[in-house]
Design a protein around this ligand. Structure first.
Ligand code: KG4
Ligand code: ZN
Length: 379
């Protein structure tokens, strides 16, 4: 099983590895045609928890090209992530056109690798799923088109998956026995929201950002500190040498369910201008503490309101070490359980897409092949 292991390789490397294994051939060979007509019941498509109910998931909503095979919604048989971070770093953020082109180059080898590592042939799959939104339109189109083509060629159901729902499902990959209700914080580069998950597929968005996403705030502040992109991991590392109480940055919207980070970002930028020779680690630590306080407050508020005894994290910012430590602390202090998926399942990956697809398929059946992408999809 490979999780996130492809983060520093280019299209050529992935292509070579895939063809060396002959995995590309596996993707291209069509299966024997089915002799039966498609049944009306969606359950025909999806046997209940049985061995071999393997879903191929594809994720291309932003700057990661990812594919994974997951059994029964919880068992990760393979998870391949090829990050384009190096392509976008010099621009200080993701450039949509560059992302789409890189996805086109990488999608074949990454899918071939995921099937190869899982030891599963395309016709043996139960379904093919792709993230269909929210995300960058051109980038989403690459994954969705690939998934539909594979589904069509192998006569499998296609499932379009909501990226935000998938972040919630990352938790099930490590803890198959999680039981709702859960209070879930999804914090990434494009979204920040707290969701009460009352049951599978049943969500209530309790609060969300009114301006920047938390990850976006990390990325912008990192740029002002001259640290590079993506900013979250860099600030996280730098903050270890700083004092979280050194500078009293604002915590926005206290007592309210929603988040706001743009005032905090402005306060940090003004502080840097006023104190050009100040301690950068203190700025990083104090900024991080302000973001984390806001995230944790709203998560606990939602759990209180919903009577949820489990706190769950998802999205790239959930990899933040202070956030993880604070959520553990607060869960222990309030008699709750904290569930923090490993960092590589918090950041964008395709295993979470396949996991969410497994539940979606049982609830709704396949997604029609003429369904498009939904760049502004909400939960
Ligand atoms: O979920 P994700 O991989 O992609 C999106 O859907 O956006 O999240 C990426 C975001 C970036 O803004 C990145 O700076 C942030 O997650 N991030 C972090 C950390 N690792 C990634 N933020 C804070 N601390 C981290 N350790
Ligand atoms: Zn994400």
């Amino acid at each position: 099983m490979t999780r996130g292991a492809r983060s520093d390789e280019g299209a050529e490397g992935a292509r070579q590895r895939a063809s060396a294994r002959g995995a590309a051939d596996r993707v291209a060979v069509p299966p024997e045609p089915h002799e039966t007509e498609p049944a009306e019941s969606t359950m025909r498509w999806f046997p209940p928890r049985s061995e071999g109910a393997n879903v191929l998931g594809i994720e291309t909503s932003c700057d990661e090209t990812a594919a994974a095979v997951v059994g029964n919604g919880t068992d990760v048989l393979s998870s391949v992530v090829s990050s384009q971070v190096d392509l976008h770093a010099r621009f200080g953020g993701v450039v949509p056109e560059i992302a789409s082109r890189a996805h086109v180059d990488l999608i074949g080898p990454v899918v071939a690798d995921a099937l190869g590592e899982a030891g599963v042939e395309l016709p043996e799959l139960t379904a093919v799923a792709a993230c269909h939104g929210p995300g960058l339109a051109g980038a989403l189109l690459v994954g969705v088109s690939a998934a539909k083509a594979l589904a069509l060629v192998a006569d499998l159901p296609y499932v379009g998956v909501n990226h935000l729902e998938a972040h919630c499902y990352a938790a099930w990959l490590e803890e198959p026995d999680l039981t709702p209700p859960l209070a879930v914080l999804v914090a990434s580069g494009g979204h920040t929201l707290v969701v009460v998950m009352e049951d599978h597929g049943k969500y209530r968005v309790v609060g969300q950002t009114v301006d920047d996403a938390a990850g976006e705030a990390f990325d912008k502040v990192a740029r002002h500190l001259g640290l590079g992109y993506p900013g979250g991991p860099l600030i996280d590392a730098l903050a270890r040498d700083g004092e979280p109480d050194a500078i009293a940055f604002p915590r926005a919207m206290p007592g309210e369910p929603d988040f706001s980070f743009s005032g905090l970002k402005t306060a940090v930028v003004q502080h840097i201008r006023k104190h050009p020779d100040g301690n950068v680690a203190d700025v990083a630590a104090s900024f991080q503490a302000a973001v984390v306080d806001q995230l944790v407050d709203k998560l606990v508020r939602a759990a209180d309101e919903a009577g949820a005894s489990t706190l769950v994290l998802g999205g790239g910012v959930a990899a933040n070490s202070r956030l993880r430590a604070r959520v553990e602390e607060v869960a222990a202090a309030t008699g709750r359980r904290a569930f923090l998926p490993p960092r590589d399942l918090c950041t964008d990956n395709a295993a979470m897409i396949a996991a969410a697809a497994w539940w979606r398929l049982q609830a709704d059946g396949p997604t029609p092949l003429d369904a498009g992408v939904a760049p502004s999809l909400s939960l």
